[in-house]
Ligand binder design. Structure first.
Ligand code: ATP
Ligand code: MG
Length: 355
């Protein structure tokens, strides 16, 4: 029987509620489809940090290394600065395991209204591919001078290797998924060195994919087009900063961040990839059992897909979409219902077993 070992890190806040809920759905899919998901739990979080001064133990990365994937909830806690959880857990995992692709579907689910009045289901269905390892997010730079004379420099690093591999992933993905259109986010009229380079590499890599259409927009007008005409996009690729912003705008136009998933991928599969919802630990509703588990469940479906379990991944999504529009299934309060995290996940699980 096929077996996969998954490292689960529920983390903080609602992560501790939505991860178990999603695992219940995923294990049901595995049982139904004849394979085994072995979850090993790692209780690393801001609580760990407050007790030990570290988000994870010194050998944390080594403990994750041999797993087939990492399934993460959320990290973040009031009083613990964001950069602690980011630099103490998320970024080391992304860097060590060369998860240089951040992939997010932007797709309107059934039964969820888009804030874009005129847009219906099929109108919003595309993918954002974000560069996840270099670019604008660097620690290089610094502050000099004082007072009125203070100057701050923040360097962005674009390597040929890093740029080419993310662009190539976007084109490969477009070809593989049958969506033969890649749009690049640029800003070559403002960023003098990095974006002309990005554009140059986009043209060069694009030329290797004559069967995939390519176009590019400055990121400002691209953001506007996400809102005005989302139906025209298939695959959108952007640098770390642009991809970050666009991949939150995406969930914005599909109704709520609570349902949006993301994957941090090492496409070569030399290292485990990591799957996590877009939302954070949401301290305001943590502990109440009312968090929406959809983003976590959908992230789990992306994980199954990455593991090569394409049919089970589709089954999870079908169960989710069926449950979302079933009149007798209570959705969580953020979607206007009076359901609970566990209750909704249980309903998705039962729906799945009945499909
Ligand atoms: P973090 O610092 O970890 O990012 P956050 O306070 O920024 O946490 P987010 O998760 O980013 O919280 O989301 C902002 C708000 O959206 C939350 O405070 C919460 O009210 C709502 N929200 C987020 N995720 C969910 C969810 N899964 N279900 C219901 N509401 C959610
Ligand atoms: Mg946040």
């Amino acid at each position: 029987m096929r077996r996969y070992s998954i490292a689960s890190i529920p983390g903080d806040g609602i992560g501790r509620e939505v991860v178990p809920a999603a695992i219940a759905v995923l294990t049901a899919a595995a049982a139904k489809c004849g394979f085994v998901l072995e979850f090993r739990h790692f209780d690393w979080s801001c609580q760990t940090y407050l007790k030990t001064g570290k988000m994870m133990p010194d050998d944390g990365l080594d403990r994750l290394r041999d797993h087939d994937a990492v399934f993460l909830g959320a990290v973040g806690f009031p009083g613990v600065p964001d950069h602690i959880s980011l630099w103490g857990l998320l970024l080391p995992i992304r860097r060590e395991f060369e998860q240089y692709v951040n992939l997010r579907p932007v797709r309107l689910l059934p039964g969820i209204a888009s804030p874009l009045r005129d847009k219906a289901r099929g109108d919003i269905d595309f993918w954002v591919v974000r560069e996840n390892s270099e670019g604008e997010y660097s620690q290089i730079g610094g502050r000099t001078g004082t007072g009125e004379n203070e100057i701050v420099v923040q360097q962005a690093i674009f390597t040929r290797r890093g740029t080419d591999r993310i662009l190539r992933y976007a084109f490969d993905f477009a070809r593989r998924s049958g969506r033969r259109h890649v749009t690049s986010a640029t800003k070559s009229n403002g960023l003098y060195h990095s974006m002309p380079f990005w554009d140059e590499r986009f043209a060069a890599i694009g030329a290797e994919y004559p069967d995939v259409a390519a176009d590019q927009y400055h990121v400002d007008i691209l953001a506007a087009r996400f809102v005005m005409s989302p139906e025209r996009f298939n695959v959108v690729v952007g640098s770390n900063l642009f991809g970050d912003i666009l991949s939150d705008l995406g969930p914005g136009i599909t109704g709520t961040i609570a349902v949006a998933p993301s994957a941090n991928l090492n496409p070569e599969r030399r290292f485990p990839s990591m799957f996590e919802p877009v939302h954070g630990s949401a301290p305001d509703i943590a502990g109440q059992g009312i968090a929406n588990p959809i983003g976590q469940i959908w992230s789990g479906a992306m994980m199954l897909e990455h593991l090569g379990e394409t049919e089970p991944a589709a089954l999870v999504m079908r169960a989710l979409e069926t449950a979302l529009i079933a009149p007798d299934i209570a959705r969580t309060p953020d979607l206007g219902g009076n359901g609970t995290t566990a209750g909704f996940a249980q309903a998705v699980r039962n729906t799945l077993l009945g499909l």
